[in-house]
Design a protein around this ligand. Structure first.
Ligand code: ZN
Length: 433
């Protein structure tokens, strides 16, 4: 196996060396930004020239509007505010909104994986159009490893879309995850890979990584109810031993693991086992917030989707979803106070793709963040969670040319982040004002 990999690397570098000798010099583009927030400092810089060479940022020059080479392309954003490309660390491009169980079942029972993948390519394109140049897609909900294929199609230049990190099928224990509730005589498709036992955990991680995922995703809890004292209770899915086995094998293979954990026990087991990110985290006990700080575990709160699904799910009889909004706000405020690292994530796909996921920003601000903090969660914080702080998340020489622009100052009006009118990813312009 090792030998095959070495050979593959050699062939790759050989191909690279050949094309380097014959291809044209990289394209040079100048972007004139009226205002720049570079993602490193909170203060605005006025009248900045970005020089882009190929797919990289070559230089950032303050107080200038320049273009040295004749024939280089100049993009004039003098009336706009430039920002690093946005990063959403929790999406589902293979999902088209699932307020009710019926919405979900239709997608798994009536739509083929090829059809869902076609819709997924449209979702990816929309995401790029909204200004999200990188996403971490957190499981396909029954569509196998179609996320790995969408990522490949984007990387090969077949379709437009953000840079992607994928997680394939995700894992839960037997009988805990939809599709549920049909006759026991029917073998229903599942939204996850069902995994049980320590050995089962090791094997499932190996299988998923061999199929090309970047991340492992587990569901750590289910069946929520709000206690009178404001604690959100749950049934943990995996035992702590099972969870530890999955986490250890993931890390042994130098990958990372995200845990869907919305309530008391699921979060506790996840932070004890040492996952890399807590997804949703509607309720997190103070002691677990402390452990998250100590271990450097990220919190990806996904606030907007809770408000979006609450009305529908409450109308269908599950009132707990309304309680969860209040509990979530309290947890978010406590997490900020405790100094937990927070990365921007929305659960897009859990709500319809025609809704701009940047609706998450105003809720973060409503719950106590400054616009600068909210923006940082979708820039450098997210880049760090994704293990790419040297490549994305800020506008600096040497990083990928992932640049977006909005018409007004997002520090004064965070709603501006829903009005992205320029998108460059990897040095290629996808949206122009
Ligand atoms: Zn999700």
């Amino acid at each position: 196996m090792k030998r095959v990999r070495v050979l593959f690397l050699l062939l790759n570098s050989f191909a690279g060396a050949q094309t380097a000798g014959t291809s044209a010099p990289p394209k040079i583009t100048y972007i004139w930004c009226g205002t720049l927030y570079d993602g490193k400092q909170d203060a605005a810089q006025k009248t900045v020239t970005l020089r882009i060479v190929g797919n990289k940022i070559d230089s950032v020059r303050p107080n200038t509007k320049s273009a040295e080479e004749k024939g280089a392309e100049v993009i004039d954003l003098s009336n706009s505010v430039c920002l690093p490309g946005l990063i959403d660390t929790h999406t589902h491009v293979l999902l088209q909104g699932d307020i009710t169980a019926e919405d979900y079942d239709v997608q798994l029972l009536k739509w083929s994986t090829p059809y869902r993948t076609i819709l997924g390519t449209v979702a990816a394109k929309r995401m790029l159009g909204y200004g999200f140049t990188t996403i971490r897609d957190l499981e396909t909900e029954g569509a196998g490893y179609a996320d790995v294929d969408i990522k490949k199609a984007i990387n090969d230049g077949v379709i437009p879309g953000p840079r992607m990190q994928t997680s394939g099928r995700a894992m839960d224990v037997t009988g805990a995850y939809p599709i549920l509730g049909y006759s026991w005589e029917l073998r229903m498709p599942k939204g996850v890979q069902e995994v049980d036992g320590v050995e089962g955990g090791h094997k499932a991680v190996r299988e998923q990584i061999s199929n090309g995922v970047d991340w492992i995703k587990v569901y750590s809890d289910r069946s929520y109810y709000a206690r009178p004292d404001g604690v959100l209770e749950d049934i943990p899915t995996f035992t702590l031993d099972e969870l530890r086995a999955i986490v250890d094998e993931t890390h042994r293979e130098r990958h990372k693991i995200a845990s869907h954990a919305m309530a008391l026990n699921g979060v506790h087991n996840s932070v004890e086992a040492g996952v890399d990110s807590i997804e949703h985290g509607n309720y997190i006990a103070d002691a677990d917030l402390k452990t998250m700080v100590a271990k450097g575990i990220y919190y990806v709160p996904t606030l907007y989707v809770g408000e979006y699904v609450a009305e529908g799910r409450a109308a269908a009889g599950a009132k707990v979803w309304l309680d969860m909004i209040r509990i979530h706000e309290d947890t978010f405020r406590r997490a900020m106070k405790a100094g937990v690292k927070i990365a921007f994530g929305t659960d897009a796909g859990g709500f319809a793709w025609k809704i701009n996921p940047a609706k998450e920003f105003p809720i973060m601000v409503k719950y106590g963040m400054t616009p600068a903090q909210a923006l940082r969660s979708a820039n450098m914080s997210a880049a760090e969670l994704l293990g790419m702080p040297d490549k994305i998340g800020s506008i600096e020489a040497g990083k990928f040319a992932d640049i977006v622009a909005v018409p007004g100052d997002p520090m004064a009006d965070v709603e501006q982040l829903q009005k992205v009118n320029f998108v460059m990813k990897d040095g290629v312009v996808y949206v122009k004002p």
